[in-house]
Design a protein around this ligand. Structure first.
Ligand code: A3P
Length: 303
């Protein structure tokens, strides 16, 4: 089901480690040595957990909800650290504005909002001693569905199977940035670090304003009531999915994107119920239970 995965040489970062591309492997050292600044904020996530939503939230708070500045593409306002090294050479021209290579990120003015899907152990070991990190997690059932559609959307993945096959790849840790649980549990175990804020996608769905306040407090910023409610409106799914500076629709120009899908797809908790039959659901429940045993981490799978 993954002809391109072989083509692009997906490989584990170490035995039992994370599945990444050999383009990444060639730059892994530079990426892990990339120096955070004390006034950076890093948004670190497993894919499809609400990264884009959180990046925009953090950027807006740090930039006083700047209505003009926020019209620039989020891809440029908030660089994706490992991205230029993950994609196959020549897919995107090297001088493209999206290619925010480490040397360019190094020169960006403060405060930088840096996105990464890498687990902490592949990032600078001093990250949490140096700057603030916002980590967002989401229940694995909805992540499976969201990542499935993402694989259908991006032709690079060339995934031709159905959601059931995809769920099995997910549980077998055979997808880019897998495995899911070690990524999230490692962050969960760091949640009491004063430089770390651990959020759940489902909490943003339940109480967006409350979570915006929480992030603002964490970042030491105070927003007026008007800014807070304005930001809540700005971040609501219907508005967000139509906002061209965040919805990635501009990336279509580069090609390799399936015309039927969207990056900001459905934005629901519990969409897994429309995709998993009882047998698959039970298999996933058992896999979740096994992986959460010994931790006090709990996921919300419906609201
Ligand atoms: P779905 O595929 O379930 O719709 P990431 O940014 O980490 O790739 O996460 C993408 C997921 O977050 C997608 O989930 C997307 O729709 C959802 N998302 C993005 N913006 C959102 C918003 N403003 N409100 C709710 N969900 C949002």
């Amino acid at each position: 089901h993954f002809t391109n995965y072989e083509l692009h040489g997906l490989m584990k970062s170490q035995p039992g480690g994370f599945l990444l591309t050999n383009g990444y492997a060639r730059h892994a050292k530079e990426i892990s040595r990339f120096q955070p600044r004390s006034d950076d904020v890093w948004v670190v996530t497993y894919p499809k957990c609400g990264t884009t939503w959180t990046q925009e939230l953090v950027w807006m708070i740090l930039n006083n909800c700047d209505p003009i500045g926020s019209k620039a593409p989020l891809l440029i306002r908030s660089p994706f650290l490992e991205f230029p090294y993950m994609i196959p050479v020549n897919t995107v021209p090297q001088d493209h504005t999206m290619m925010l290579t480490l040397d360019k990120v190094e020169k960006m003015p403060s405060p930088r909002v840096i996105k990464s899907h890498l687990p902490f152990y592949l990032l600078n070991p001093k990250l949490l001693d140096t700057c603030k990190v916002v980590y967002i997690a989401r229940n694995p059932k909805d992540v499976i569905v969201s990542y499935f559609y993402h694989h259908k959307l991006i032709e690079f993945h060339n995934f031709t199977g159905d959601v059931e096959k995809f769920a099995q790849y997910f549980m077998d840790d055979e997808l880019l940035f897998s495995p899911f649980f070690p990524h999230i549990i490692d962050a969960w175990n760091k949640r009491h670090n004063p430089n770390m804020l651990f959020l759940f996608y489902e909490d943003l769905k339940k109480d967006l304003l409350g979570e915006i306040r929480k992030v603002a407090t964490f970042l030491g910023k105070s927003l007026s009531e008007e800014q807070l409610t304005g930001l809540r409106e700005h971040l609501k799914f219907d508005k967000f999915s139509k906002n061209e500076s965040v919805n990635m629709e501009m990336v279509r120009k580069l090609g390799g994107i399936n015309p039927d899908g969207h990056f900001i797809r459905k934005g629901k908790t519990g969409d897994w119920k429309n995709h998993f039959g009882p047998e698959l659901n039970q298999r996933i429940d058992e896999w979740i239970e096994k992986n959460l045993s010994g931790t006090d981490l709990k996921f919300t799978t419906e609201l």
